[in-house]
Ligand binder design. Structure first.
Ligand code: IPM
Ligand code: MN
Length: 368
């Protein structure tokens, strides 16, 4: 029996209810694979902040570092000014635990749920490797003369050679693994798209951001030529990338990009794979504590109505198991999700699935 200690942060809005269903499914699958999961809940989020005035206690990060993985629901509360919880909890955890990769698979499970005409599951199956510790997210910059007519706001994009290189290497390894090479931590074996060419696309803006993406582009080709000659290298500007996501998503295999561009294109990625109800991601530190989350946010208006789709959280749970080395268990959960999506659900959208949040959790738990 293998046992894993998991920190659970339900967080805000619908976060706790989708995490509950993810745990239901994990616990249904675990015994079949000789796995036991021990959960430790943490109440970080908007409610705690409003109650105590504390965003994240200083003990939180050292404590969370002891876990191999964290399952997170969502952070973001309608009564808290935007930025406080996002920066004080989510980004702080990503940064301080050096989760330098945000891994976001984009996979269509059923063509009924794709908003694009004539696109099938085989056409929408790629992975976005988003840099998760740098870029425009570091908080570098500031105001001068704030509140005056001549105020100045500067927000700087930080791109270190070390940060860019480790992200690129992870992405190259992903591309190699998808073609059947050695598994790489954080990726499922089913991410190996059979017959698909191993290709890594750098998504940037080299025509305008001539410092930041110059560094990215040089590092990309240097590392690729030296250590990954088996991976085809491709480049797309971020604006064109959004166009290709809609027009020819089948062109993509693995995409690597900076923090903000990755944030933006993965919302579009989520829509073409069927919506926020199904999109999961992992904040990966390959040597440390990683954190898995549905990428849709806290959706406060649906809180405690039993209408939100829990499958993104369930898929985040599967990703977590894959990362922990339980590939078979992860695959079983994903297969159960695919079965329920194809056979039972009317749509993937909140309130329109034909089942409630708990019932969808029950269906997947029974199928697994
Ligand atoms: C995401 C979210 C976060 C981000 C927000 C909540 C800070 O949009 O995980 O994609 O921008 O990274
Ligand atoms: Mn986002």
């Amino acid at each position: 029996m293998k046992s894993y200690d998991i920190a659970v942060i339900g967080g805000d809005g619908t976060g706790p209810e989708v995490v509950r269903e993810a745990i239901k499914v994990l616990d249904a699958a675990a015994p079949r694979f000789g796995v036991k999961l021990n959960y430790t809940p943490y109440d970080f989020g908007g409610e705690r902040y409003l109650r105590t005035g504390e965003v994240l206690p200083d003990s939180a990060i050292p404590e969370l570092r002891k876990f191999p993985a964290i399952l997170l629901g969502a952070i973001g509360h309608p009564d808290v000014k935007p930025g406080i919880l996002e920066k004080g909890i989510l980004l702080r955890m990503r940064f301080e635990m050096e989760q330098y990769i945000n891994l976001r698979p984009v996979r269509l499970y059923d063509e009924r749920f794709c908003p694009l005409k004539d696109k099938k599951p085989v056409d929408i199956d790629f992975v976005v490797v988003r840099e998760n510790n740098e870029g425009l997210y570091t908080g570098s910059g500031g105001f001068v003369f704030k509140g005056t007519p001549h105020e100045i706001a500067v927000q700087e994009s930080i791109n270190t050679r070390r940060g860019v290189e480790r992200c690129l290497r992870y992405a190259f390894e992903c591309a190699r693994q998808r073609r059947g090479g050695k598994p790489w931590k954080g990726l499922k074996s089913e991410d190996v798209a059979s017959g698909k060419k191993a290709q890594l696309t750098l998504c940037g803006k080299t025509n305008v951001l001539t410092f930041a993406f110059d560094l990215w582009e040089r590092a990309f080709h240097e590392i690729g030529a030296k250590d990954y000659p088996d991976i085809k290298r491709d480049y797309a500007h971020v604006d064109a990338t959004t166009m290709w996501f809609v027009k020819n998503p089948e062109w993509f295999d693995v995409i690597v990009t900076d923090n903000l561009f990755g944030d933006i294109i993965t919302d579009l990625g989520a829509m073409i794979q069927g919506g926020m109800g199904i999109a999961a991601g992992g904040n990966i530190n390959p040597q440390g504590t990683s954190m898995f989350e549905p990428i849709g946010g806290s959706a406060p208006k649906y809180t405690n109505k039993n209408v939100i789709n829990p499958l993104a959280a369930v898929c985040a749970g599967a990703m977590m198991m894959s990362f922990l080395g339980e590939a078979a268990m992860a695959a079983a959960i994903e297969s159960a999700v695919i079965k329920i999506v194809r056979e039972k659900l009317k749509t993937l959208a909140a309130g329109k699935m034909g089942y409630g949040t708990k019932e969808v959790g029950d269906l997947v738990a029974a199928a697994v």
